[in-house]
Design a protein around this ligand. Structure first.
Ligand code: GAF
Length: 420
């Protein structure tokens, strides 16, 4: 287990090294500063954020690093050692600064062309819409006399694995530009900027959970977020004291939220809320479900039931963590998965296999995490059983003829920060 933990730590150091090396290729110089922001896993509270509801994610010990240098002119350039565009051929293997040769000089644009108006989505590759979208959203919010910048990005958050590599890019970029442009914006304001970039520059209709988790993350804690008030409260997880570890099982089924099912589920929730006469599904409680069943068509009802019961599960999880500790939350994690699988219909055979195999091998709880349609599952396991659970899941994938999953331990970690 210690070896796995070291891997994650070293990988983030590699990302910092790779970002610095890429900046040196771009500018021939050292950075003026280095910022980083983590990916996230969601403990519970799925597809509730855009319904003004509750979520309980935590930042993971995998980060995107932004090495930044101020320019003499009024242009912004972004370059990365990765291609975060979700797709079936995700980059594998160690980060390598020499990958910089493949990205040339990056993507460069005049700040004046970015300020005012819509984001020029057709003019930039999709990966660059994340960092440039953040710059665009900040400029739209008002920046006096912004200086030009070069931003080199590297990351060890797996792309397309449902661990919010996109929020990590947004968080690192937003934190860097906030400081370089001397903006008076707190972590929540930067999370909103990140969501705006994702919604309007990238074009993915996501909620705010991932950006909030990446900005507000706290070591050994999850963040209980009310997605209406945007209040975020750390809740101690105490995994280590309880002898537990959290495994991520990356199914290697790539997902993308700018297409298909995600927007469809969001629309169903909005339809349900309108039909029931509430601003958002957050305004319903489990006691309203009988009325919902009478008024809604069968599919919309099941979508609504997922959200309403999931909000309640988040509240119950927070209470149990505070009163009894993490060993008590296993059933809630499993109930969340079943609801996402049967009512919200965003799971897939690989995620179901991961959850079932982990539970059969003794996991305390397991569920898909993130938007679904692929990506990752999480399993809360006794430390001494972590290897056995990993092997059981890998065997179940092989038996089912699925690609080999990526399985690794994550540790709840700190959110976005300036590193140097
Ligand atoms: C994705 C989105 F980006 C989040 O906003 C959230 O809706 C999640 O799916 C589902 O809970 O990660």
């Amino acid at each position: 287990q210690d070896a796995r933990r070291d891997d994650a730590t070293i990988a983030t150091e590699d990302a910092a090294e790779a970002a610095r090396a890429l900046l040196a290729v771009l500018t021939g110089a050292e950075p003026d500063g280095v910022w980083s922001a983590p990916g996230r896993a969601n403990l519970i509270g799925e597809h509730t954020d855009y319904n003004d509801g509750f979520v309980l994610p935590f930042a993971i010990d995998r980060r995107t690093v932004a090495a930044v240098r101020v320019r003499e002119d009024r242009r912004i350039r972004v370059a990365s050692t990765f291609d975060p565009e979700p797709g079936p051929t995700r980059p594998e293997g160690p980060l390598d600064a020499s990958a910089a040769s493949g990205v040339g000089v990056g993507i460069e644009i005049d700040l004046a062309d970015l300020a005012g108006g819509e984001f020029p989505r057709d003019a930039v590759p999709e990966w660059a819409a994340y960092p440039l979208g953040v710059a665009w959203a900040l400029l739209a919010a008002g920046v006096d006399d912004p200086v030009g910048v070069d931003i080199a990005l590297a990351s060890d958050v797996p792309v397309g694995a449902g661990l919010s590599s996109s929020a990590a890019i947004e968080g690192a970029t937003a934190s860097a530009l906030r400081d370089v442009w001397a903006l008076d914006l707190d972590a929540t304001a930067l999370a909103r900027i990140g969501r705006r970039a994702e919604n309007e520059a990238v074009g993915a209709p996501t909620g705010i959970m991932d950006q909030m988790a990446s900005m507000l993350g706290r070591r050994d804690a999850a963040i209980f977020i009310d997605c209406r008030s945007l209040e975020g409260t750390p809740v101690d997880l105490g995994f280590a004291d309880a002898g537990l570890e959290l495994l991520v099982i990356d199914t290697r089924v790539a997902h993308a939220h700018s297409t298909g099912g995600y927007g469809d589920r969001r629309a169903a929730c909005e339809r349900g809320a309108a039909a029931l006469g509430v601003t958002a599904l957050r305004d319903l409680s489990p006691a309203d479900l009988d009325r919902a069943r009478e008024l809604l068509d069968e599919t919309t009802f099941r979508r609504v039931r997922h959200v309403v019961t999931e909000d309640q599960r988040v509240l119950d999880t927070v209470r149990l963590l505070r009163e009894d500790g993490p060993l008590a939350i296993g059933d809630l994690l499993v109930a969340s998965h079943v609801s996402l699988r049967d009512d919200f219909e965003v799971s897939c055979p690989e995620l179901d296999t991961a959850v079932e195999a982990a539970l059969a091998a003794g996991a305390v709880g397991a569920r898909m995490t993130g938007g679904g349609f692929g990506g990752s599952a999480i399993a809360l396991v006794h430390r001494e059983e972590a290897d056995a659970v990993s092997q059981s899941v890998a065997r179940a994938f092989a038996d089912a003829g699925f690609a080999e999953p990526g399985i690794f331990v994550v540790e709840p970690s700190d959110g976005a920060r300036r590193d140097s």
